[in-house]
Each structure stands twice: as structure tokens, then as C-alpha cells.
Design a protein around this ligand. Structure first.
Ligand SMILES: *Cc1c(COP(=O)(O)O)cnc(C)c1O
Length: 378
């Protein structure tokens, strides 16, 4: 069997023991004589699966009792609409409520653009002036803000919030799609947290929403039933058929994580992996991290080739991605909007994957830096 190291930003690599267990249970899960894909979501076979998944998430993240956990669909992107609709939606003809958004990257920008359809968006701060390579200092919220939205880890540009903004009584809402379960997080600081599963939790198709109970039930009547937190909370994520198989795999991922020692243990592992990779980049003559060291992401690490003319750089970067893939180090191209390269080092990426990548880059540097040094006219 040949497994690659998959550095994709999502869908991303899953832990091998999880895939093996899923394979072993594929045709007969827990003695039911069926796959989870074939089970009724209302059956006694599926109920313990969704309950176990929620209980594990609660204990690993330390989710307080006054928060609800919802397993929804539509990806993190649907939350860009559901959050403003449910937390600040108003009846037609009445004045829109306000919410503050901090623009720290392309996903943050998309969240604000969608939010603006339903609320009056106040752009609290933006790091667009320097291509989102840092986290701007967050302003205090307006006291009448319905919520305050941040993107905790910026998947495309590779930054992360190292300190949460102080929002007093205004609920802090965070997109944690690419950082959920990667580091300790004090859930009680937030009104709502959301994450698409396909980065650090499981397969695409499930979205996890963690919402403080007092924020449920504010939705005006025009909001479609499938987009209402109150309905999904009342029905314990079983209003309609949930993404059953995805929820089951998330449960296996959470069990795997618990077995490793939970979030403190994985956070240590993540700091070790990212630290090693940044140390390599910072001493490299050919590669460079464009991100302010203070705000560097542990999960998504963009890098570029330096000291080369633009046309040559694009060629060399394409060659890098191609040659890495041939070595089993796949999906290293940067996001189509920002270019360059990016290594995503989610929980499931082992240390050996990062070591192999560094060894490959070192050899690449050895081969191409010399070449670069006499063709560099910049
Ligand atoms: C991937 C990602 C999204 C989009 O997620 P979908 O589930 O594809 O909608 C949104 N925000 C962040 C921070 C992401 O990393």
C-alpha cells in the first residue's frame, strides 16, 4: 500500500487508524449487519453514534453545558448566511441590525460580504493593506452590535489570532474551520463557533456549529426552516436526515484524538511540526514565509520562492509542486488567488510528513539556489 503525504488545505488527510477502522466496519458496523451509510438516522443503531460523537466533542473541547452542538450541512460557507439571519435577522421593512466583522483574509471577506445582505456590516479592521499577512488590532465592538465576527485561523493566507478580541457583552462569533481541535480554545469566550469538517474533523459534508443557548430562537419568521438554529437544536440535529456517515467518521477521529491525549497533546505536536517547518523556511535561501512571525498559523503555512524574477519564479514554483507530487508529497500548490505554495499541517499530518517535505525542499534548494544566484537580475 502506498499512502501519500497530503498537504491539502481541505479536504485533507485523515488519520490512517481511522480509515482502517472505517474500512473494517464498512459492511457490518457494531454488529448491526449494515454500513453506517445504510442505517436509518432514526434507528437505535445510529443514535449511539451521533450521541457518542457529540459527547466526545464536548469533552475534548470542554464545551460548557449551556452550549448546543449542531451537526449541519452546507459547509462553513452556509454559516456565512445562517449567522446573520439567525442572530440578527429582521423583519422586511425594518431597520437592519449591526455586526462587526474583522477582515483577515479571503474567507473573512466572504463572510462579511454575505453578512451584508442581512445586517449592517461594520468593517472593524482589515489587514488587506498588506495582503492579509498579519492580524490587525481589533477595535472594541459597538455596544449595539448583534455579534462580532472573526476568522480564527486564516486558511489561505496562513495567519491566526493569538489573542482574542475583548467584546464585552457582544457575542464573539468565530470561523474555526481550519483550526478546530488544533489548540486549546476557551469556548466560553464565544457566542458561536463553526467549522466545516473537511479540514481537521472528518470528511466534507458535515458542519459543526457550537452555539450558546441564549442566541438560539432569535430568528425572524421568514428564515427557511432548514436554516434555523432553533429547529436544528430542538430536533437534536435530526430535523431531517443528517450527514450520518460524516458524523460517524468525525466520531472515529475524535476517539483517535482522545487516544493521543486530547487537545493539549495534539497542540504540542502541532507546535512541533509547524515550528520545525518555519525554522527551515527562516534559514532557507530559496524559500520564504510571507507571514508576520507573530501571527503565523500552525495549520496552514504558505511559502514562496524568493530572489528570482517573476516569470522564472512561477516556473520554479510549478516545478516544485510537480516534483514534490512525484515524491508522494501532494497538494502543495498555494491557493489560486494568492499563488506560491502552501503546506497544510493539520492534526492528522505526522511529523515524518513534515520531515520528508523539509528534506525534499532542502534538495530542491541545493539544486536551484545556485542556478538562481547568477540569473538573478532583481
Ligand atoms: C475551508 C474554509 C471555509 C469554507 O468551507 P466550506 O465548508 O467549503 O464552505 C470557510 N472558512 C474557512 C476558515 C475555511 O478554512
Amino acid at each position: 500500500m502506498k499512502r501519500v503525504y497530503n498537504f491539502s488545505p481541505g479536504p485533507s488527510q485523515l488519520p490512517l487508524p481511522v480509515l482502517e477502522q472505517a474500512a473494517a466496519e464498512m459492511t457490518d458496523t457494531h454488529g448491526s449487519g449494515q454500513s453506517v451509510m445504510e442505517m436509518s438516522h432514526r434507528s437505535g443503531d445510529f443514535k449511539p453514534i451521533i450521541e457518542k460523537t457529540e459527547a466526545l466533542l464536548r469533552s475534548l473541547m470542554g464545551i460548557p453545558a449551556n452550549y448546543r452542538v449542531l451537526f449541519l450541512q452546507g459547509g462553513a460557507s452556509l454559516q456565512f448566511s445562517m449567522i446573520p439571519m439567525n442572530l440578527a435577522g429582521t423583519e422586511p421593512g425594518s431597520q437592519k441590525k449591526r455586526a462587526t466583522y474583522i477582515e483577515t483574509g479571503i474567507w473573512a471577506q466572504k463572510a462579511a460580504a454575505e453578512g451584508a445582505k442581512y445586517v449592517e456590516v461594520v468593517l472593524g479592521a482589515s489587514s488587506k493593506d498588506r495582503a492579509y499577512t498579519y492580524i490587525p488590532s481589533p477595535p472594541a465592538p459597538n455596544s449595539d452590535d448583534a455579534y462580532y465576527h472573526i476568522t480564527l485561523n486564516n486558511t489561505i493566507v496562513g495567519t491566526r489570532w493569538t489573542e482574542l478580541p475583548q467584546t464585552a457583552a457582544v457575542p464573539l462569533v468565530a470561523d474555526i474551520s481550519s483550526s478546530i481541535l488544533s489548540e486549546p480554545l476557551d469556548v466560553s469566550r464565544f457566542g458561536l463557533l463553526y467549522a466545516g469538517a473537511q479540514k481537521n474533523l472528518g470528511p466534507a459534508g458535515t458542519t459543526v456549529v457550537i452555539i450558546r443557548e441564549d442566541l438560539i430562537g432569535k430568528a425572524p419568521s421568514w428564515i427557511p426552516v432548514m436554516l434555523r438554529y432553533d429547529i436544528h437544536a430542538q430536533e437534536a440535529s435530526l430535523y431531517n436526515t443528517p450527514p450520518c456517515y460524516g458524523i460517524y467518521i468525525i466520531g472515529l477521529v475524535l476517539e483517535w484524538l482522545k487516544g493521543l491525549g486530547g487537545i493539549p497533546a495534539i497542540a504540542e505536536h502541532n507546535r512541533q511540526k509547524a515550528g520545525m517547518f518555519y525554522r527551515y523556511l527562516d534559514q532557507s535561501r530559496l524559500f520564504r514565509s510571507p507571514v508576520d512571525p507573530v501571527f503565523r498559523s500552525l495549520m496552514n503555512i504558505p511559502f514562496v520562492i524568493t530572489g528570482v524574477e517573476r516569470a522564472e519564479r512561477a516556473d520554479l514554483e510549478a516545478r516544485f509542486v510537480r516534483e514534490a507530487a512525484a515524491q508522494g508529497l501532494v497538494n502543495l500548490a498555494g491557493h489560486r488567488l494568492v499563488g506560491g505554495m502552501r503546506a497544510s499541517l493539520y492534526n492528522a499530518m505526522p511529523l515524518e510528513g513534515v520531515q520528508e517535505l523539509i528534506t525534499f525542499m532542502d534538495r530542491f534548494e541545493e539544486r536551484y539556489f545556485k542556478h538562481v544566484s547568477y540569473t538573478n537580475h532583481e
